[in-house]
Design a protein around this ligand. Sequence first.
Ligand SMILES: Cc1cc2nc3c(=O)[nH]c(=O)nc-3n(C[C@H](O)[C@H](O)[C@H](O)COP(=O)(O)OP(=O)(O)OC[C@H]3O[C@@H](n4cnc5c(N)ncnc54)[C@H](O)[C@@H]3O)c2cc1C
Length: 140
Amino acid sequence: MNLTSWKSEKINKSDRPALIDAKIVISGGRSLGSKENFDKVLSPLVDEVGAALGATRAAVDAGYAPNEIQVGQTGVVVAPELYMAVGVSGANQHVYGMKDSRVVVAINNDPDATIFQFADYGLVADLFDAIPEINKLIKE
Ligand SMILES: Cc1cc2nc3c(=O)[nH]c(=O)nc-3n(C[C@H](O)[C@H](O)[C@H](O)COP(=O)(O)OP(=O)(O)OC[C@H]3O[C@@H](n4cnc5c(N)ncnc54)[C@H](O)[C@@H]3O)c2cc1C
Protein backbone atom coordinates (compact mmCIF):
# COMPACT_ATOMS: atom_id res chain seq x y z
CA MET A 1 0.00 0.00 0.00
CA ASN A 2 1.36 3.46 -0.94
CA LEU A 3 1.01 5.80 2.05
CA THR A 4 2.33 8.92 0.32
CA SER A 5 1.00 10.91 -2.61
CA TRP A 6 2.25 13.99 -4.49
CA LYS A 7 0.05 17.04 -3.89
CA SER A 8 1.97 20.06 -5.11
CA GLU A 9 5.32 21.74 -5.03
CA LYS A 10 6.23 25.26 -4.08
CA ILE A 11 9.51 26.98 -4.81
CA ASN A 12 10.39 29.82 -2.47
CA LYS A 13 11.36 32.72 -4.72
CA SER A 14 13.40 35.57 -3.35
CA ASP A 15 15.03 38.63 -4.86
CA ARG A 16 17.80 38.27 -2.32
CA PRO A 17 21.12 36.70 -3.29
CA ALA A 18 21.64 33.06 -2.45
CA LEU A 19 23.20 32.60 0.98
CA ILE A 20 26.03 30.50 -0.37
CA ASP A 21 27.43 33.17 -2.72
CA ALA A 22 26.19 36.45 -1.24
CA LYS A 23 28.80 39.18 -0.72
CA ILE A 24 27.06 40.27 2.47
CA VAL A 25 25.33 37.96 4.94
CA ILE A 26 23.36 39.24 7.93
CA SER A 27 22.46 36.54 10.44
CA GLY A 28 20.13 36.74 13.39
CA GLY A 29 19.98 34.65 16.53
CA ARG A 30 17.54 33.52 19.16
CA SER A 31 17.67 36.99 20.69
CA LEU A 32 15.28 38.29 18.01
CA GLY A 33 12.60 36.60 20.12
CA SER A 34 9.98 35.84 17.46
CA LYS A 35 9.55 35.24 13.75
CA GLU A 36 7.85 38.64 13.46
CA ASN A 37 10.83 40.40 15.03
CA PHE A 38 13.28 38.37 12.96
CA ASP A 39 11.65 39.62 9.75
CA LYS A 40 10.70 43.11 10.92
CA VAL A 41 14.08 44.01 12.43
CA LEU A 42 16.47 42.35 9.96
CA SER A 43 14.72 42.52 6.57
CA PRO A 44 14.93 46.33 6.03
CA LEU A 45 18.71 46.30 6.55
CA VAL A 46 19.19 43.06 4.59
CA ASP A 47 17.32 44.53 1.62
CA GLU A 48 18.92 47.95 1.90
CA VAL A 49 22.43 46.52 1.48
CA GLY A 50 21.50 43.64 -0.85
CA ALA A 51 22.50 40.98 1.66
CA ALA A 52 21.39 37.41 2.18
CA LEU A 53 19.66 36.57 5.43
CA GLY A 54 21.12 33.90 7.70
CA ALA A 55 20.19 32.45 11.07
CA THR A 56 21.56 30.46 13.93
CA ARG A 57 20.24 27.02 14.66
CA ALA A 58 18.59 28.33 17.81
CA ALA A 59 16.64 30.82 15.69
CA VAL A 60 15.69 28.08 13.23
CA ASP A 61 14.69 25.66 15.97
CA ALA A 62 12.52 28.36 17.54
CA GLY A 63 10.70 28.77 14.22
CA TYR A 64 11.96 32.30 13.52
CA ALA A 65 13.68 31.37 10.27
CA PRO A 66 13.57 28.53 7.73
CA ASN A 67 16.00 25.63 7.86
CA GLU A 68 17.73 26.49 4.61
CA ILE A 69 19.19 29.73 5.97
CA GLN A 70 20.88 28.14 8.99
CA VAL A 71 24.57 28.99 9.03
CA GLY A 72 26.98 26.59 10.66
CA GLN A 73 28.27 23.11 11.03
CA THR A 74 24.89 21.54 10.35
CA GLY A 75 23.77 24.31 8.01
CA VAL A 76 25.33 26.36 5.23
CA VAL A 77 29.01 27.33 5.31
CA VAL A 78 29.51 30.88 4.02
CA ALA A 79 32.53 33.10 3.34
CA PRO A 80 31.16 36.50 2.30
CA GLU A 81 33.01 39.82 2.12
CA LEU A 82 31.00 40.95 5.14
CA TYR A 83 29.28 38.82 7.77
CA MET A 84 27.11 40.55 10.33
CA ALA A 85 26.13 38.51 13.39
CA VAL A 86 23.16 40.07 15.16
CA GLY A 87 22.38 38.79 18.64
CA VAL A 88 24.44 35.67 18.02
CA SER A 89 26.40 34.15 20.92
CA GLY A 90 29.21 32.65 18.83
CA ALA A 91 28.85 28.95 19.59
CA ASN A 92 31.54 26.95 17.80
CA GLN A 93 28.98 25.17 15.61
CA HIS A 94 27.86 28.56 14.29
CA VAL A 95 31.38 29.96 13.95
CA TYR A 96 32.31 26.91 11.84
CA GLY A 97 29.92 28.22 9.20
CA MET A 98 31.16 31.84 9.01
CA LYS A 99 34.78 31.92 10.24
CA ASP A 100 36.20 32.39 6.75
CA SER A 101 34.24 35.59 6.15
CA ARG A 102 36.49 38.49 5.14
CA VAL A 103 35.14 40.99 7.65
CA VAL A 104 32.97 40.06 10.62
CA VAL A 105 30.79 42.55 12.48
CA ALA A 106 29.08 41.43 15.68
CA ILE A 107 26.31 43.18 17.57
CA ASN A 108 25.57 41.80 21.00
CA ASN A 109 24.43 43.33 24.28
CA ASP A 110 26.82 41.10 26.25
CA PRO A 111 30.38 42.47 26.10
CA ASP A 112 31.68 38.99 26.97
CA ALA A 113 29.86 37.21 24.14
CA THR A 114 32.13 34.70 22.39
CA ILE A 115 31.26 36.08 18.96
CA PHE A 116 33.41 39.14 19.69
CA GLN A 117 36.48 36.89 19.64
CA PHE A 118 35.79 36.27 15.95
CA ALA A 119 34.74 39.81 15.04
CA ASP A 120 36.78 42.49 13.30
CA TYR A 121 34.28 45.07 14.54
CA GLY A 122 32.09 44.66 17.60
CA LEU A 123 29.22 46.75 18.84
CA VAL A 124 27.94 46.21 22.38
CA ALA A 125 24.35 47.29 22.00
CA ASP A 126 20.75 46.20 22.05
CA LEU A 127 20.06 44.96 18.55
CA PHE A 128 16.54 46.39 18.61
CA ASP A 129 18.08 49.88 18.84
CA ALA A 130 21.22 49.28 16.78
CA ILE A 131 19.81 47.66 13.63
CA PRO A 132 17.18 50.34 12.82
CA GLU A 133 19.79 53.02 13.61
CA ILE A 134 22.39 51.46 11.28
CA ASN A 135 19.77 51.15 8.56
CA LYS A 136 18.81 54.79 9.01
CA LEU A 137 22.45 55.89 8.77
CA ILE A 138 23.03 53.83 5.62
CA LYS A 139 19.93 55.34 3.99
CA GLU A 140 21.14 58.84 4.79
C1 LIG B 1 25.40 18.86 16.99
C2 LIG B 1 25.10 20.33 17.00
C3 LIG B 1 25.11 21.04 15.80
C4 LIG B 1 24.84 22.41 15.79
N1 LIG B 1 24.87 23.09 14.59
C5 LIG B 1 24.65 24.42 14.59
C6 LIG B 1 24.72 25.17 13.37
O1 LIG B 1 24.94 24.64 12.28
N2 LIG B 1 24.51 26.50 13.43
C7 LIG B 1 24.26 27.16 14.61
O2 LIG B 1 24.09 28.38 14.60
N3 LIG B 1 24.19 26.47 15.76
C8 LIG B 1 24.36 25.13 15.78
N4 LIG B 1 24.24 24.45 16.95
C9 LIG B 1 23.71 25.16 18.14
C10 LIG B 1 24.79 25.98 18.85
O3 LIG B 1 25.48 25.16 19.76
C11 LIG B 1 24.13 27.14 19.63
O4 LIG B 1 23.16 26.64 20.52
C12 LIG B 1 23.45 28.20 18.73
O5 LIG B 1 24.33 28.58 17.70
C13 LIG B 1 23.08 29.40 19.59
O6 LIG B 1 22.30 30.27 18.83
P1 LIG B 1 22.16 31.80 19.22
O7 LIG B 1 23.50 32.42 19.23
O8 LIG B 1 21.10 32.36 18.35
O9 LIG B 1 21.49 31.74 20.68
P2 LIG B 1 22.06 32.02 22.12
O10 LIG B 1 23.18 31.13 22.44
O11 LIG B 1 20.87 32.01 22.99
O12 LIG B 1 22.66 33.51 22.07
C14 LIG B 1 21.89 34.65 21.96
C15 LIG B 1 22.83 35.84 22.04
O13 LIG B 1 22.10 37.02 21.84
C16 LIG B 1 22.54 38.02 22.77
N5 LIG B 1 21.42 38.92 22.97
C17 LIG B 1 20.27 38.68 23.68
N6 LIG B 1 19.43 39.73 23.58
C18 LIG B 1 20.06 40.66 22.82
C19 LIG B 1 19.70 41.97 22.35
N7 LIG B 1 18.51 42.52 22.66
N8 LIG B 1 20.56 42.66 21.59
C20 LIG B 1 21.79 42.12 21.27
N9 LIG B 1 22.19 40.86 21.67
C21 LIG B 1 21.31 40.15 22.43
C22 LIG B 1 22.96 37.25 24.00
O14 LIG B 1 23.92 37.99 24.74
C23 LIG B 1 23.56 35.98 23.39
O15 LIG B 1 24.95 36.13 23.16
C24 LIG B 1 24.52 23.09 16.99
C25 LIG B 1 24.53 22.36 18.20
C26 LIG B 1 24.81 21.02 18.21
C27 LIG B 1 24.81 20.28 19.52
